[in-house]
Design a protein around this ligand. Structure first.
Ligand SMILES: O=P(O)(O)OC[C@H]1O[C@H](O[C@H]2O[C@H](CO)[C@@H](O)[C@H](O)[C@H]2O)[C@H](O)[C@@H](O)[C@@H]1O
Length: 269
């Protein structure tokens, strides 16, 4: 395992360990983040789409008997399900909602605070309306303030207003967290993508290797959940990470997933 403050190694360097780990397994649970991992980061969050090769390889993996696929996203569950087909499991809102086997479960504390999130999103819409290209994404259990496309001089204002309004209207039950050119508002909870991965993995047969691929700070809890027995792959950037391997881009994710679907599946016990 790499220490949390050490950079993951390029995937090629990690392949010998990955081969051994997969060869010792009877099946794979492949968990995938969406934005920045399957889909390139784009200016308009509504325009994000997986690259075609990721869409194809996820569909192929989803049909492979020894593989379970899951998409674990910060987007709302209803949103991410529309964006990629195939997986049998989806988690939305950073793991606060989980859909599997025809059932959707929602974290009870997040459900309790959903009205407060809705109200705060409405207030933020009004307050930030004068800032060109500032978007509020109301995800019902969490909300996102997007400042990727705002005039650079207004970013500090967006950040400060968001902080102030979250403090005033979030009481002591909501918290802010960072993302890629966003601020996320959610319930103040010890629950994240790593917890969702653990819940999903608990239902897999013994000797399943868990793989998690993601690009952002909220994916770190998932890397910690899967490493060192499983495989964490961080996409892009050069930040320290708890993932042991790194790839450059969604295109490189497609290469890795294709390798898993061919060589990886053949290596399984
Ligand atoms: O966990 P993820 O599936 O990676 O979701 C994290 C956030 O992704 C989206 O925002 C990011 O992608 C946008 C489209 O490329 C980009 O415009 C934005 O700047 C990024 O932060 C999504 O809109 C958020 O709701 C997710 O929380």
């Amino acid at each position: 395992m790499s220490a949390p403050d050490s950079p993951p190694r390029p995937l090629d360097e990690q392949l010998p360990r990955i081969r051994t780990t997969v060869a010792d397994a009877s099946g794979l649970l492949v968990c995938l983040d969406f934005d920045g991992t399957l889909a390139p980061i784009v200016e308009d969050p509504d325009a994000a789409r997986p690259i075609e090769r990721n869409q194809d390889v996820v569909a192929t993996l989803a049909e492979t008997p020894s593989v379970t696929t899951a998409v674990i996203s910060g987007r709302a569950l209803s949103d991410v399900r529309e964006r990629i087909d195939g997986p049998s499991i989806y988690a939305g809102n950073h793991g606060l909602e989980l859909a599997r086997e025809g059932d959707v479960s929602v974290h009870p504390v997040a459900r309790e605070h959903a009205d407060r999130i809705e109200r705060l999103c409405a207030i933020l819409e009004l307050a930030l309306e004068p800032v060109p290209n500032c978007r509020i994404e109301n995800k019902h259990l969490t909300g996102t303030v997007h400042f990727r496309s705002v005039p650079p001089a207004t970013v500090p204002i967006v950040r400060q207003l968001t902080r102030d309004l979250a403090e005033t209207f979030g009481g002591d039950v909501l918290e802010l967290s960072p993302g890629k050119q966003i601020l996320e508002i959610g319930p103040d909870l010890e629950w994240g993508k790593g917890d969702a991965v653990e819940v999903i993995a608990a239902d897999e047969p013994p000797e399943t290797t868990v793989i998690y691929v993601g690009d952002d700070v909220t994916d770190e809890s998932a890397f910690r959940a899967v490493e060192p027995d499983g495989i964490g792959v961080r996409v892009g950037g050069d930040e320290p990470s708890s993932a042991s391997a790194r790839v450059d881009s969604p295109a490189a994710v497609a290469d890795f997933l294709s390798w898993l679907g061919s060589t990886g599946v053949e290596l399984l016990e």
